[in-house]
Design a protein around this ligand. Structure first.
Ligand code: ZN
Length: 478
């Protein structure tokens, strides 16, 4: 970066609007996978979309690349700076601007933490249902730009489904504001969708109007065991038929994951014995607590009588609800305690999941000496989290495990990224989930919105002939 650009940027944002040299802490180049190789010398911290727009005008004129940073909780290395990119941290754009109880919407700035939004909705008897483990530190801008998923997608959809309006800044500084508060808007292209899930490569989201739901009055959780995978699927359909739209989570753990959680996380109380092949956390949220509890118990009893499940325990209090969820939420911690874990976040059609589990078992046993694997995830959404960990002996090369898992995912026409995105870490496998015409269209969009390749360059895919060809492969994926 030239001294001239640096001076112009500093003058533009003022002394609260940037950090330099020793003031740039590790958090501007560290994510859950570790600390990056590039320690930035300069970080921008705009306070408004107008300021960001002016920043991008200067960067555009100087062909200066930038990388957007929210809570730095992403799992695919998208936020860590590369080369001479300037990090743009949204930590100062963290205000809730409005909660509108007539339209059930909340207008927020992009750097607002997810949990702040959830809590604010809750105080008004409303629900912002997007929920994931990093809720305390991830920000809504990151959630939207990665189209985050999480635990309640089965009922409320992904981040994309919870947004009515978005404001974004393009690479040349243009502000595109589509901040409507209504659901239906077919007046031409739905432009906000360009920015949702595109990982900051097409524009930087600065504000959003979020869609809130009424807060349910009941929350009941069952922790169940099923005798086989077919029974798990039949049980899900049984619950969907009986509970309708009230079904709010259907999370499955293969027995190896359940054992790993119980063994590795001391704060977890085992709700059921260790003897079953599958464990399921099923949740309903409704409007009539006593009635909902009765229907839920009756429905689980039917499932027990017909053999879809072989054991079950139902929450009777909020502390039961918390205890059961703690089992599922401890999966990440249990996996992190395995030996050299390599994690995957894949989507498959439910009909292919059992084939996948059996086949991956066979292929790993054949070519990766002594590894263990663990599967769990959001079954209702077709999303599995697979972790492959080393056994007693040295771990096989990570690339070997990735090729095997992504190869099988591709053969089954699944997705190599269900909810974590592509970032830097999965881009070499993107072709296993996307065909050449799809990839070409993605590049056409990138090229038309960001022809100089200044916004999060190299994330998702490389753009030949630009500076976005760094092949950094980050440390660990879980
Ligand atoms: Zn997940």
């Amino acid at each position: 970066m030239s001294d001239e650009l640096l001076d112009s940027l500093k003058n533009l944002v003022g002394k609260n609007g940037y950090l330099e040299a020793g003031d740039v802490g590790e958090r501007y180049y560290t994510d859950p996978r570790g600390t990056g190789d590039v320690q930035p010398a300069f970080v921008l911290r705009p306070s408004t979309a107008g300021e960001l727009s002016d920043i991008m005008k200067l960067c555009h004129a100087a062909a200066q690349p930038v990388v957007a940073q929210g809570g730095m909780t992403g799992l695919v290395g998208g936020g860590k700076p590369l080369g001479d990119e300037i990090p743009i941290s949204f930590e100062r754009m963290n205000r809730i601007e409005e909660l509108d109880t007539k339209t059930n919407t909340m207008t927020v700035q992009c750097g607002t933490p997810l949990q702040t939004i959830q809590d604010h909705a809750d105080q008004h008897d409303l629900l912002f249902p997007l929920d994931l483990g990093s809720r305390g530190s991830c920000t809504i801008g990151g959630n939207l730009s990665t189209n985050a998923g999480g635990n309640r997608v089965i009922r409320y959809g992904m981040a994309r489904d919870l947004v009515l309006g978005v404001e974004a800044v393009l690479s040349d500084g243009t502000i595109v504001s589509s901040m409507n508060k209504f659901v239906k808007n077919n007046a031409g292209y739905d432009l906000k969708q360009l920015f949702i899930g595109s990982e900051g490569t097409l524009g930087l989201i600065t504000r959003a109007t979020l869609r809130l739901h009424r807060k349910p009055r009941s929350q009941i959780v069952g922790f169940c065991a099923a005798p086989g995978f077919d029974a798990v699927v039949d049980f899900m359909h049984h619950m969907q038929s009986a509970m309708g739209g009230n079904l709010s989570a259907f999370e499955v753990m293969w027995t190896s994951v359940y054992h790993a959680i119980i063994d590795a996380v001391p704060t977890v109380k085992a709700p059921l014995s260790r003897d079953y092949p599958f464990y399921i956390l099923v949740e309903v949220m409704g409007g009539r607590p006593e009635h909902d509890q009765h229907v839920f118990e009756t429905t689980l009893n039917e499932a027990l009588e017909t053999g879809l499940i072989v054991d079950a325990i139902i929450s009777k209090s909020q502390s039961d609800v918390d205890d059961f969820w703690r089992v599922r939420d401890s999966m990440a911690e249990a996996m992190s305690k395995q030996h050299s874990p390599v994690g995957f976040d894949i989507s498959l059609s439910i009909g292919d999941m059992e084939v996948f589990a059996a086949e991956i078992d066979k292929r790993l046993a054949a070519s990766c000496n002594g590894v263990r694997h663990f599967i769990g995830g959001h079954l209702g959404d077709g999303n599995l989290h697979l972790v492959v960990a080393a056994g007693e002996s040295d771990p096989p090369p990570r690339e070997q495990i990735e090729s095997l898992v992504y190869g099988l995912t591709g053969e089954l026409k699944g997705s190599i990224s269900a909810e974590h995105g592509i970032g830097m870490m999965k881009r070499s496998h993107l072709h296993q989930s996307r065909n050449p015409a799809e990839l070409a269209l993605m590049r056409t969009l990138k090229n038309s919105l960001d022809p100089k390749c200044l916004l999060n360059p190299g994330r998702i895919f490389e753009m030949p002939g630009t500076n976005a060809t760094d092949s950094t492969h980050s440390s660990e994926l879980l």
